[in-house]
Design a binder for this molecule. Sequence first.
Ligand SMILES: [Zn+2]
Length: 268
Amino acid sequence: MSRKLEITHKDFKKPRHFDDYESMICYDAPAAAIVDRRTYDEKRQALLKGEQILLLDVPKREARCFKVLKGELCRISLPEGPQVGDLNLWNLDNFKERFYSGKTRQLHGSHLRMYDRLWSNLPYLNPMATFVYDTLCQYGIDKDGGALHDVIGTRCDDYTYKLITGKDRVGSCHSNLMKAVREYGLKEEDVHDVWNVFMCTGFTRDTQQYFAKPTPARKGDYLEFIAEMDLLCALSACPQGDVSTAVGQVVPDSKCFPLRVEVFRSDI
Ligand SMILES: [Zn+2]
């Protein structure tokens, strides 16, 4: 059913006047959220010339954990085809400190762009990582307001799936992440709202509902971030695959692909 507003309740029949204000950016680029781009470009170049210390493929419809230590660069790429990923981050030395998608969204925007940072929860509020490279940066904001790499979607989960379809299922980013973090002693409640890498999302202009489109990412695309602290990361190759299938419908296996993780270290 459409969420379009039609005022039918008798209490709201009489038109009411509201003052019209200019909108203002709430968090207008605090200094800590702005990085020196040249410095980060140079850091990135040096790291890519350094040593590759991890090459990990996250199988399709599964999740894996990996560590990225402070100053190391992590590249997440599409080795076989279009696929979206759901990423969780924790401070490796204190699992209570973890990625805070809501505050990251307020500080930067609903979709992250190169040189934005990923922030941790309260009471910490530290930069956990800095987004340094994106082969898809030219996508920008499309005609519907859609953009890539959001911090608005929470992660797909089997509870909401049941709410929509009435069916039981185990096979979501939430359950994948939960399974992957078990080896670190983390539990279901430690899994948190994600960075939706490669996902194309937005809000409809008329009803402000969350929408998704098939990812425009293709085989060979990648993004990179530099860790600002020692990180435990968990990445799910979303069972929605390239997001060309609506939630509740069966996602063909041919629409799902693995994600590749590479970590680079430099002594410079
Ligand atoms: Zn998912």
